[in-house]
Structures are given as structure tokens and as C-alpha cells.
Design a protein around this ligand. Sequence first.
Ligand SMILES: Cc1cc2nc3c(=O)[nH]c(=O)nc-3n(C[C@H](O)[C@H](O)[C@H](O)COP(=O)(O)O)c2cc1C
Length: 170
Amino acid sequence: MKDKLKKEGTQMKSIVVYSSQTGNTQKLAKAIFKKLEGEKQIYKIEHAPDPSEFDLVCLGFWLMAGKPDSTSQEYLKKVKNQKLFLFATHGASAASQHAQSAMEFAKSLAPAANVIGTFNCPGQVSPNILEKARSKPVPPAWLADAPDAVGHPNEEDLKQLIDKLAQSLS
Ligand SMILES: Cc1cc2nc3c(=O)[nH]c(=O)nc-3n(C[C@H](O)[C@H](O)[C@H](O)COP(=O)(O)O)c2cc1C
């Protein structure tokens, strides 16, 4: 698996771009960056250059109101025909319809991209956000999954992420 990452990676110029408020998505971004081989750069989304000069774009976002956060949505619209690996963290469980449709929506924002893989991951939700969500007249559906997101992303999540990336590059 590692050899595959190395072989594919050295042939490409890669960029890892991530949006992260509380650090969950940043953890995934750093793990991806560490494993990529060849020419590579990593940026917080606010400082990221245009994706056009890269062969592989790895973009990480977090979910807000059931969608990728707005800065990630804007960046995705700039991705044209590059290889694209998408990763996301959220209070909802990875297999939930909520998380899966957000990933589909992210893909739809870069219709010309070659999406080589995606990875959904639970991400611990900060206490103040949980409080706000609970106090809504109709609490969001993802709130029910939030207790299971405590402690994520963890080492096992990072391992699965790197496996998925290697598979996607093969
Ligand atoms: C304002 C706000 C809205 C959120 N909305 C959702 C949501 O709609 N669905 C969800 O699953 N998680 C939601 N979350 C939880 C975050 O997506 C989750 O904790 C994520 O891992 C945060 O990533 P970060 O640490 O990289 O900022 C929300 C968090 C915040 C702060």
C-alpha cells in the first residue's frame, strides 16, 4: 500500500487544502500530506492558491447545516479537470444519509473533476455547538450521532483514511 502511494505520488504535483475550525479536518489533512510523495503543498483554505497548477487536489471540509462549509464550496468550484480526493468530518456518522449526501453535493460542485476517492469521518462536535443544536425547536438529525463522534478522528480513522487514499491512487 505504501509503495503504491510512493509510486503514484512521485509522478504528481499535489495540493492538500482544508477548512477546519476546531481541528478535526486539519488532522486528516495533515495525515494525507505526510503520506503523499513527490511535490506537495498543504494550505488552510483561506491561504490556498488556485488549484489549476496541481495534478491532484485533496480537499477537506466540515459539515455545516448539512453541506460542506461555505469556503470549501467556493474552492471546489475552482477545481476543473484535476484528480480530486475529498474528505470530510461531521457530527453525523460516516454512513449516514446526511454525510453521504453532503459528499455528493461536494462532488457536484466540481463536475469536471476526476474524483478518485472520498472519505467521510466522524468529528467531535464542540460543546457550545451541541448546546445550540439542542436548543433549536427542531434539533438537527445529526445530533443523535454526535455522542459517537466523541474522540474522533482517532488513530483508526487516520489509518482508514490513508488506506482509502492509497486505493484511490491505484
Ligand atoms: C456551525 C456548525 C454547524 C454544524 N453543522 C453540522 C451539520 O449540519 N452536520 C454535521 O454532521 N455536523 C455539523 N457540525 C459539526 C462539525 O461538522 C464537526 O464537528 C466537524 O468535525 C468540525 O470540523 P473541524 O474541527 O475541522 O472544524 C456543525 C458544526 C458547526 C460549528
